[in-house]
Ligand binder design. Sequence first.
Ligand code: SF4
Length: 362
Amino acid sequence: MTYTITNWDRATFKRCRRAWDFGSRARGNYEPITPPRAFDLEEALRYALTVYYFPAMWDWSRGIVRPIALEGFGKSMRTQRERYEAHRPFSPAEERDWAEALEHGDALLRGYFRWAQSVDHFETLHVEMDVDVNIPDPVIRGVGLVTPDGDTMYYRDRLELLVVDDADQFWVVTHRLAEGGWAHLDQLVLDEEALAQCWACEEFYSKVTVAGTIHNELRIDVDPPPPPAVPDPAEAYAWPQRHTRRYDEFGPPPPPRPATEVVDQQTTEHFRRTRIARSRAEVEGFGKQLAALAQDITDPMLRVYPTPSWAHCGRCPYRSPCIAMNEGADWPGVLAASYRDRGPERIERGRIGGSTGTWFVR
Ligand code: SF4
């Protein structure tokens, strides 16, 4: 038997054990029947970027890929709307917000694609790829961690975007929306989601050493970039031809870094890209921290308690049963009325990026 801890389990358990207890597949496995929000602009923008950076299309002219990615954005917005309206019709305010977000997101992406073409000096290898890796025992080298019942423990993460740059260095790229200004640099350095992907990638591809993380930010709190005064000429879509390479055709791994540090940053009014080289100690230390967390999660004596915080309770999907529990009210009744068992994990057929272990190098 196996026990799988997902990136959601890892992040949510650290943030609030009660929220994790409600939602984890190994625990309550509850999900709200009605989507908590009418739509999520970030989800749609991420989907468009996944299409844009899809490795199988990376050597296609950007003039062909840009409209496909924009269509992906619109499709995601429409799908989210349909999902929500299956339970509740849009209010006039939601209708207006959705239309504004559709227009804003489309203009933002058009501006991003123009900018990205001048700064994307890499090849894409994977997008949205699920990786399952053994969690190493923190004490006994070369042995995988097991639960108290003897089940092998796995960690599952999703590589948002893995690229290789002109110097044959591998980087994990993450996209984030910026609101109210750019993220503080410390916030990016401390980004554990990105670090977890570095570690999981190296565990999955034992020959790969990840140089670090690239944080790609898009600002949504300012007017989107205006369209160019004259349409882009054909040369604006020029794109170098690329050839498939095997792993052993790449150069040597980067020399070990003694410290994590920002090595490059490019900023415009709407977009910012920050490259952070990660130290060996930081990437390898993540595995030990994950093992400790896995042992806590599967501890038969685990204590579950809430961790209320202004930073995360506002967006928590389990807020109503949590409040009912705090007030000694009928929280099982709240769960029964508004939540459902999400059932076993389903394979998302046709998901772009897909779940695959194939080494896809151009
Ligand atoms: S509302 Fe806050 S305290 Fe309650 S479960 Fe959610 S995150 Fe935890």
